[in-house]
Write a protein that binds this ligand. Structure first.
Ligand code: SF4
Length: 359
């Protein structure tokens, strides 16, 4: 916590939002920015500018530009060098029957209810919309989305995402959730939010009291590195869990941040200690400005192969590639083939096992 800031201010999410870091000069109060970072901040000011909460900035290493926290949120000029990157690799716009309602599956949707986040992750899949006013949702547009859900009875599962739905005030979020709860075919409401990681003070007792009135509510959050597993983050997840909200985690596999077995193991085991289920790890998409984050898929498969048998099974998330046609699991081929009536499988130690196949 910086000198001159009281504990009450520091833990107030509105204070954190008001004091976000938006310029190289403000950043230099937290870290010693490199020349490349300062240049990138200027060059990207009109494209995907940077914003960081003081809380998240306090986790950055002031001297190490390769700090895994810093790399996630401070721009680099490498973002300008990605000829293969696309603005919308999952073709979410094509899959939207109405503004910001994304339907990739018959029975569930992602509803991007706002365009704002506490900070802007440099690898964000929705950088085309995050922080861009054009993608903000007016009340009338939220109502249009709700009306589409009301008139589409196949939809049983609604993910509220963005941006980040917890940027909304409790009242606005409650209005939205209550509208969804009034639709008989909507069984599950999920919230996709990174605020337990980037602004854990947003998960207030009042928010949790509100959420528990509308179960079943599920939360998926987004921790990428063990340094993010702070006491504050653990308390935020604990408040959600005590309100009966199951909390899962979706990470992105990021080069130089979590693309090694030891880091991924510490992340997943730390999440389990917090009672947060490691759910998915996404292959980083072919997304503009992110070539320096992408990891070869074979390397990703190796990492999760190496975890198998070396930690609790439920601590191992499913490594997936998201495509415009839905998610595809990226799995090591444990099923090695057939010998006569037997099926041959690979054990975690790399040996083979022949299992008589039931007739
Ligand atoms: S919190 Fe999520 S939606 Fe917001 S910038 Fe980060 S990755 Fe994108």
């Amino acid at each position: 916590m910086p000198v001159g800031v009281s504990a009450a201010q520091w833990t107030d999410w509105a204070w954190q939002m008001q004091h976000r870091i938006r310029t190289a000069e403000q950043l230099s109060r937290w870290v010693r920015p490199t020349e490349d970072e300062v240049r990138a901040i200027a060059l990207l000011a009109d494209r995907f500018h940077f914003v960081i909460t003081p809380y998240y900035a306090s986790l950055m290493d002031p001297d190490d530009p390769d700090c895994p926290i810093r790399r996630q949120v401070v721009p680099r000029t490498a973002e300008l060098n990605d000829p293969a990157g696309l603005a919308d690799p999952l073709r979410e716009v094509d899959h939207s029957p109405v503004k910001n309602v994304i339907r990739a599956y018959p029975d569930r949707i992602a509803f991007c209810v706002n365009n704002e986040c506490a900070l802007y992750c440099r690898f964000c899949l929705r950088k085309r919309m995050v922080g861009d006013e054009e993608w903000a949702m007016k009340k009338r547009e939220l109502e249009q989305g709700l009306e589409w859900i009301r008139s589409t009875p196949e939809i049983r599962d609604v993910l509220l995402t963005g941006g980040d739905p917890l940027i909304f005030s409790d009242d606005r979020l409650e209005w939205l959730i209550a509208q969804l709860r009034g639709i008989p075919h909507v069984e599950i409401v999920r919230l996709g939010t990174r605020l337990p990681v980037t602004l854990p003070f947003r998960v207030t007792p009042g928010l949790c009291r509100m959420l528990r009135r509308y179960h079943p509510i599920w939360v998926n959050t987004h921790f990428n590195h063990p340094k993010e597993l702070t006491q504050e983050a653990a308390k935020a997840c604990d408040r959600l869990l005590r309100a009966g909200v199951p909390v899962g985690n979706q990470s992105v596999l990021l080069r130089g941040i979590n693309d090694d077995v030891d880091t991924m193991k510490r992340l997943c085991e730390g999440l389990v200690r917090m009672r947060v289920r490691p759910y998915y790890v996404y292959q980083a998409q072919l997304l503009e400005g992110t070539a320096h984050f992408r990891v070869q898929i074979e390397r990703g498969v190796e990492i999760f192969r190496a975890l198998r048998g070396r930690t609790s099974g439920f601590a191992i998330p499913l490594y997936v590639l998201d495509t415009p046609r839905g998610k595809v699991p990226l799995l090591h081929p444990y099923l090695r083939g057939r010998e006569g009536e037997d099926v041959v499988v690979e054990t975690y130690e790399g040996g083979l096992w022949r299992e008589p196949n039931p007739q």
